[in-house]
Design a protein. Sequence first.
Length: 374
Amino acid sequence: MFTYGIEHEVAFLDQQGHFMDFVSTSFGTLQAIIDELPQYAGDEEHLRIGDAGIRVKRWYIEGFERFSESGSLVDCLPKGIEIRTTLHPSIGGAVNELTTSFHQLRAVAARHGLVPVLTSHHPYRTSFDPDPPLNAYEQQLLHQSPEDLSALLSMVTYGPDLNFSMEDLSVEAMIDLGRKLTYYSPYIVPWSFSSPFYDGRLWEGFSVRTFHRTGVRPAVQVFLAQSADLLQSDPSLTKLARCPAEVGRIEFKACDSCADFSLYAALLTLLKGLALDETLKARATVPDRTLHQRAARAGFTHADLLAGAKAILLASTEALGSDPDVCFLEPLHHLLQHQITPAHRLVRAFRETNSIETVLRETYRAPLVPIVKT
């Protein structure tokens, strides 16, 4: 039996059309939106709350926490709002909850004059430089794991975590599956590409996020119950679970964000099929930076990436067999057939308007609707 969850990051434009970020936006501005959103009883069984009191609801402010020299939390510099779903026994259930939560967030944000927009990399800033500079305590925090070392990079990138777990999977099998998905990650990610803007202009490819994050951030993380089972790798493939709900979770972290949530259903189904597949034998503990960067620039127009994507889509489809979820793969077939990514639409819109702001405003324009009845 599978269990599924999704985390999705949302950026915003203010009333003047300015992109809201860690420089222009206060924690309180976004927290006012969170305060108006509901809190559901029982969510603490599915979601990690944390110690700072920021991650209490299905929505929370994603940002960079600042601490005093003594270790007290003094601020959180926001980059946007993250939506996370509770755990579901079906892909449709997870996607539908995300859809509902997004509609709730958009309605409340509108009352505050804010417009949610889709991007996977900050379209104007190329880096995050903490001001004031990090103190000794904060520097120490950034050296707790390989991912912590690249925490500053995550302040200019946006992306989903697509997670699933399988019942009765051994630690060895979980790690093996994590290594499998890491190896095939370069062939998976182009289906999600949505970051063709960089430093206020059109970038030369389709995912500047993938180009910069791969090699310093993991493509996959496997959450384990005991530290003795952790692998030593940089970036880390395995991580110690921080709450009971995370134990056994396999989290695919390499995709760009998707404005059409049916793509999340498609990608989760692809991962499900790859988990069931027994024909694909290649494995990797760390992502192939060169191949990811090639994908970021060329997408499916590169012959090797096209062939690899066809191979994993076929393997996943055959492994799923008569599983009704196989119908969710249709968007992937369409994109592959035309050798395009979601970023192609963004590039075309920019060339028509010559305005990043105009393009961003349209990213969530199409109505999001449930993909199945639950």
